[in-house]
Write a protein that binds this ligand. Structure first.
Ligand SMILES: *Cc1c(COP(=O)(O)O)cnc(C)c1O
Length: 359
């Protein structure tokens, strides 16, 4: 069987163990004679799956009991609308602008209220995480929004800002479960599943209970957090198979030692790649050192004519999906939880060889 090291930013690699378990259980889940895809979402077997998925996520992230976990659809992009529709009581929110995703989140929020940019790194092409001056925070804002990991630009918040009484809302699509976090610092955490959690089609929302039940009158039922909270994410048919896959991934993370072990592994992987790029005068990182993501690592070869050759030759060695995002150019290696250390080592070995041959 052919398997490659897939450096895609999303949908991205899933652990082989998880795929094999799903494969083994596919035709007849738990001796039911049905696959998970064919189970009623109201059946006992599916109830066990979704209950266990939530319990595992709560355990991994140490989610306090006054937070709800919602399994919904629409991707992180739908959260760009759901958050303001549910939270904008005073009609204004503070945003930290760190790249393409925060821009989309702001554009959507502007439809429902006033968006105030309290910090931005646009002046330097989003290559760093800006400092937040606490005096710029509006105490009457309905929330402060950050993108903890900027998938396209390769930056990440190394420290979570303290927003006092104003709830902090975080788009964690590309770094949820990659390191230990303190959920109580946030009002809402949301993430599309297709980077670190499972297949596309599922969105995970972790929300403090007091932020539920305040939706605007115009808010569609399906976009009201209360709808999903009151029904245990079963108001309508949820993405059942994606929830099952997420459960298998949560089990895999737990078996590997939970988020502490995952973080150590991820830091090690990023260090292998960054250490090599730093000592090389062939490759360059555009990202400020103190703002580097450990999930998405963009880099360039100053002679851009070599980009296509690099990507083609890497692919021939089973190193896939390395083209940088069109807005940044160059290359990008996404090394989410499922990427093993050996994958990064194989990639660095290839980079060395390519450097020697093309310098
Ligand atoms: C991928 C991504 C999104 C978009 O997610 P969808 O599920 O495709 O809507 C939003 N924000 C961040 C940080 C991402 O990485």
């Amino acid at each position: 069987m052919k398997r490659v090291y897939n450096f895609s930013a999303g949908p991205s690699m899933l652990p082989l163990e998880v795929l094999e378990k799903a494969q083994a259980e596919l035709p007849s889940y738990n001796d039911s004679g049905m696959s998970v895809m064919e189970l009623s979402h109201r059946s006992g077997l599916f109830t066990e799956i979704i209950t266990e998925a939530e319990a595992l996520l709560r355990e991994l992230l140490n989610i306090p009991s006054h937070y709800k976990v919602l399994f919904i659809q629409g991707g992180a992009s739908q959260q760009f609308a759901m958050v303001p529709l549910n939270l904008m009581k005073n009609g204004k929110a503070d945003f930290v602008h760190t790249g393409s995703w925060s821009k989309k989140a702001m554009k959507e929020a502007e439809k429902y209220g006033k968006v105030n940019v309290i910090a931005s790194s646009e002046d330097d092409n989003f290559t760093y995480i800006p400092n937040i001056d606490p005096t710029t925070l509006d105490p009457d804002a309905d929330y402060v929004h950050i993108t903890t990991n900027n998938t396209i630009e390769g930056t990440a918040f190394r420290e979570i800002p303290d927003t006092g009484k104003v709830p902090l809302v975080a788009d964690m699509s590309s770094n949820i479960l990659s390191e230990e976090i303190d959920v109580s610092q946030f009002g809402i955490i949301y993430a599309g599943a297709q980077k670190n959690i499972g297949p596309a089609g599922l969105t995970v929302v972790i929300i403090r209970e007091d932020l539920i039940g305040n939706a605007k009158d115009i808010c569609p039922t399906m976009l009201d957090y209360k709808t999903h909270s009151e029904s245990g994410s079963l108001y309508n048919t949820p993405p059942t198979f994606a929830i099952y896959m997420a459960k298998l991934v949560f089990e895999w993370v737990k078996e590997l030692g939970g988020l502490k072990a995952m973080q150590e592994r991820n830091e090690k992987k990023a260090a292998i790649l960054y250490d090599y790029i730093s000592q090389s005068d062939f490759y360059q990182s555009p990202v400020a050192e103190d703002s580097r993501s450990i999930m998405n690592i963009p880099f360039v070869i100053p002679n851009h004519d070599l980009d296509a050759k690099f990507i083609k030759e890497a692919q021939a060695e089973g190193l896939e999906t390395l083209k940088g995002h069109r807005s940044v150019g160059g290359m990008r290696a996404s090394i989410y939880n499922a990427m093993p250390v050996e994958g990064v080592e194989a990639f660095v070995a290839f980079m060395k060889k390519f450097e020697a041959e093309n310098k």
